[in-house]
Write a protein that binds this ligand. Structure first.
Ligand code: PRP
Length: 214
């Protein structure tokens, strides 16, 4: 029986930060530090195999069981609502989902509000809860461009430092939800390997508390 724990990490800065934490917790995989473009790294001795996945795809690998556990942003979990367990807030990759637009933007209720976003489900739910009819314009990136060129009235997007908005003459108007990286698990795997996964979770949590000085 294969006892390797498969872990999907988001490619990029957040993934590297998350890997540092896993390594400190005793789940290191030295090959992963080598500068190359490989996507899969295994440490047989520790029984771990890491995958670098596109951040928005991590939850798919975990939901379908290609990975036992993974790390995904709360934004992705809210948008796609994958059928996975959310085990731990890693407190990394902190940012917030916002409605943004021109400062002082006034919503004209006589018109349908045009909302550009990479997160149509989150945006739809936000405005449905406010009974505000909207026209969703689904984008894939550089969302800030949409209101500037008149494609949309506002955007729903991630704001981290606020620099992108500021440098484009825009501002956050409302906070939809705070976002951070979460440890997630495949539901069936969690049942079969709960001991190991809980052990890993406890070690990560211990390190996070140390960092907070608790
Ligand atoms: C994200 C987000 C904002 C920006 C926010 O974009 O969509 O554009 O980061 O960060 P800031 O508040 O620190 O400026 P990303 O870099 O992921 O690229 P994208 O435009 O392709 O979505």
């Amino acid at each position: 029986m294969n006892r390797t724990l498969n872990i999907a990490l988001p490619k990029g800065r957040l993934g590297e930060q998350v890997y540092d934490l896993f390594e400190k917790a005793g789940y290191g995989c030295p090959a992963l530090r080598e500068p190359n473009r490989r996507l899969v790294f295994e440490n047989e001795e520790k029984g771990v195999r890491y995958f670098w996945a596109k951040p928005s795809d991590v939850a798919i690998y975990v939901e379908r069981g290609a990975a036992d556990i993974g790390v995904a942003g709360k934004d992705i979990l809210l948008e796609y609502r994958p059928d996975v367990y959310e085990l731990l807030d890693l407190g990394m990759g902190r940012c917030r989902m916002c409605v943004a637009g021109y400062e002082g933007f006034r919503d004209d209720l006589s018109r349908t509000l045009r909302v550009a976003t990479k997160y149509p489900n989150i945006a739809r739910r936000w405005y449905a809860a406010r009974s505000r009819p909207i026209d969703i314009i689904k984008m894939n990136g550089s969302i800030e461009l949409a209101p500037i060129v008149g494609l949309s009235d506002v955007i729903v997007d991630i704001v981290e430092t606020g620099k992108t908005l500021r440098e484009n003459g825009l501002a956050p108007l409302e906070t939809v939800v705070p976002v951070s990286a979460r440890l997630i698990a495949n539901k069936a795997r969690y049942k079969f390997r709960s001991g190991e996964i809980r052990e890993l979770c406890a070690r990560l949590e211990g390190l996070l508390k140390e960092d907070e000085g608790i």
